[in-house]
Design a protein around this ligand. Sequence first.
Ligand SMILES: Cc1ncc(COP(=O)(O)O)c(C=O)c1O
Length: 270
Amino acid sequence: MKQPPHGESPAPPTDTAPPTDTAAFTATDTFTSAAPPPHTGTPPPVNTPPLPPPAMRRPAAAPPATERTDPDALAAADRARLIHPHLPGGVTERVVMVEGSGCRLRDAHGREYLDATGGLMLAHVGHGRRELVEAAAGQMARLEYYTSFHEFTNEPSIRLAERLVDLAPAPMERVYVTSGGAEAVDDALRMARFYHHRRGEPDRTWVLARHLGYHGVTYGGAAVTGMPMFHQGFGPMMPGVRHLTPPMPSHPEVYGGGPDRVLPARVART
Ligand SMILES: Cc1ncc(COP(=O)(O)O)c(C=O)c1O
């Protein structure tokens, strides 16, 4: 499918010369500048901006948030210091979770909850699993982090990738690790476009998503999310996205559609 002209998108990208497989990435040496002068302990130069006067610094919270256990104080600190995705500004209620075991959670008031969703659909093995604690603590003690940029890698990523490929259906054979769902969606969008760019079709950039689909809080994830509230006020959204009817034609009212509004996206085929 070539991307036809469409209202929300600018002209197709101009980088129409796709790289060939032989076009090697050449790294430039950024370490050629002269070595910095040795540190002598002298005071900073006079043009260094002065620190703000003490009155402009925030007063320290008393007691510090890290020592609070009172549920109302925790909720107040949350309201003052945390920004929540998907929470309208006027909502003051907070549910401060403090403990989990299996499928149960306990909040700061001591109330118990059945975690029927596994948090945001990701704690499927339950909370407080000893073997997860031990595996994470053991790895953190050995090597808590290293990047997979360039040729760098690490043992847990390699082992996880092998295990995932064993479990995945063919022809999946390689793993790209991200920190969460929205980042994965953004990376998938970029990979799909890059794939076509590399095979000589850089104009092949349409992304088809579903009305009502949710794909996360990043720019690309929100663009493919099929709910207007994720777009209003954040524009211009990523171009080249079309939302199609969700697979629930028996209930068009839930996506504001009807028989006449089914398949709103018209995508030219070549
Ligand atoms: C289908 C889908 N994509 C993306 C996301 C975003 O994942 P995350 O919150 O880990 O960024 C979610 C989260 O619910 C999801 O359900």
